[in-house]
Design a binder for this molecule. Structure first.
Ligand SMILES: Cc1cc2nc3c(=O)[nH]c(=O)nc-3n(C[C@H](O)[C@H](O)[C@H](O)COP(=O)(O)OP(=O)(O)OC[C@H]3O[C@@H](n4cnc5c(N)ncnc54)[C@H](O)[C@@H]3O)c2cc1C
Length: 418
């Protein structure tokens, strides 16, 4: 389905009865596939798309146990940015930002990419120093960054807590090119564009095991809809990475945790960018419908549930009240949770799995949505060429063994702090 002003007008005139499904709902092919991607989230779908688009590999299936968008890709708070400090991360996330900037034209789909800016507030001199360092590192990499003073922030966002605040705002680091994208439209856009290039998207099909040859090489997957053979098998199952790895017989340096998000009733336009609180874990933006969309820390226990608990709700709301007391007068509409695959240094893994024939994409923690285009791009490169893409070269699984962790936050090996 290609979208244009003409198709919109034609469908409007015919009562919107002629729209075709955005992607084909395929059944597993008896002959198997060149590549099977497990997981129909953003990363799996983007991988399939770039395999077809960049490498001409079209005999590809994406296997999804639920429906497209039922995982984190449809549950996140939609923030995109490339304001990273460390070399292993900055070029990767900047590649992602560049791909976001051309994504809608590339996919032919409105993903509502909105470069409204991301502002990280700082509340102490030490934090200011750390943000200045990060901003300088970004600019050295050619990534946009601006330091705002307290008065700059007050001029733009007078409703934040400046006077008599528990954590006085001292300024902020802004990336203007950061912003938001409509999360589920990203999944639908990649699904449509991949399907158009011949990729089979197979929903309601759970991978329950792996097919192997006598040498132990993975040759496909066992699923709830039968065995599916594959030349190469790739996993991009986000919060379920440890479970699927266990089916293939290996362990990962990953814990699964719940992350919750919240949306308020719709109010008039108030926040025209994304703001993060530096004295606690709280971040907020406003959706195009007017709802305040916000979130904070993961729930502090391991879980595979897609819902969280009240102590974290209280903690997030405390952060909101400390930053922006007016939020206390807004009614909350909904909250929900997603399963985060928290790696031990807070950075992802895009690599060969320790089992032949299997490729691994995991460990996205809090920030995997913004990574979606670059992750798909680099994972497709690895699968197609068996060599890591330059921008993702640091995301090797053995970095934990070698001591080459990419600890952007400097928190050490504690998944719950990254
Ligand atoms: C509340 C919340 C807020 C977030 N906010 C942001 C944000 O603002 N910005 C940002 O960059 N990131 C954010 N993230 C993180 C981001 O959403 C994730 O890191 C990213 O979406 C993970 O990749 P994915 O889209 O491929 O995951 P998913 O959409 O979870 O895809 C994985 C898929 O694999 C499927 N699967 C699992 N096991 C199997 C199996 N055995 N067989 C077949 N299929 C299987 C699942 O059903 C799922 O659909 C947030 C996450 C949450 C939960």
């Amino acid at each position: 389905m290609r979208y244009s002003i003409f198709s919109l007008a034609a469908n409007a005139l015919t009562g919107h009865r002629r729209w075709k499904p955005t992607w084909r709902d395929a059944a597993p092919k008896a002959g198997g596939y060149d590549v099977v991607v497990i997981g129909g989230g953003g990363h799996g779908l983007a991988t399939a798309y770039y395999l077809a688009r960049n490498h001409g590999i079209r005999n590809v299936a994406v296997i999804e146990k639920g429906w497209i968008g039922s995982g984190n890709v449809g549950r996140n708070t939609t923030i995109i940015r490339s304001n990273y400090l460390l070399p292993g991360n900055s070029s990767f996330y900047e590649l992602s930002m560049k791909l976001w900037e051309g994504l809608e034209a590339d996919l032919g789909y409105n993903a509502m990419v909105s470069q409204r800016g991301v502002l990280n507030l700082f509340h102490s001199d030490a934090q200011r120093d750390a943000y200045v360092r990060r901003g300088n590192a970004m600019r050295l990499e050619g990534i946009d960054a601006e330091l705002l003073s307290r008065e700059d922030v007050r001029r733009e966002m007078p409703f934040l807590a400046f006077d008599d605040a528990r954590f006085p705002i001292k300024g902020g680091l802004r990336q203007r090119r950061g912003g938001t994208a409509r999360h589920d439209a990203v999944a639908w856009g990649y699904a449509g564009a991949a399907s158009e290039r011949g990729v089979d998207i197979i929903q309601n099909c759970e991978v329950t095991g792996f097919l192997t040859d006598p040498d132990g090489r993975v040759t496909g997957v066992e699923t709830t809809r039968g065995a599916i053979r594959a030349g190469k098998t790739a996993m991009a199952v986000a919060g379920n990475s440890s479970r699927v790895a266990a089916l293939a017989g290996f362990r990962l340096p990953i814990e699964s945790h719940v992350l919750q998000a919240f949306v308020s009733e719709a109010i008039k336009p108030l926040i025209d960018n994304v703001v993060t609180f530096g004295a606690g874990h709280f971040y907020i933006s406003q959706s195009d419908k007017g709802g305040l969309v916000f979130g904070g820390d993961i729930d502090g226990y391991n879980s595979y549930a897609q819902r969280g608990n009240l102590p974290t709700v209280e903690d997030v709301c405390e952060g909101g009240m400390a930053l922006m007391p007016a939020i206390g007068r807004v009614r909350m509409l909904r909250s929900w949770g997603g399963i985060m695959d928290m790696s031990m240094d807070g950075s992802p893994i895009i690599d060969h799995a320790p089992v032949a024939g299997l490729y691994l994409n995991a460990g996205w923690c809090y920030g995997g949505f913004k990574a979606t285009p670059a992750s798909g791009h680099c994972f497709a490169h690895l699968i197609a060429t068996d060599a890591p893409a330059r921008e993702a070269a640091a995301y090797r699984l053995d970095r934990f063994e070698r001591g080459y962790t990419i600890d952007e936050k400097g928190q050490g090996a504690q998944a719950n702090l990254h």
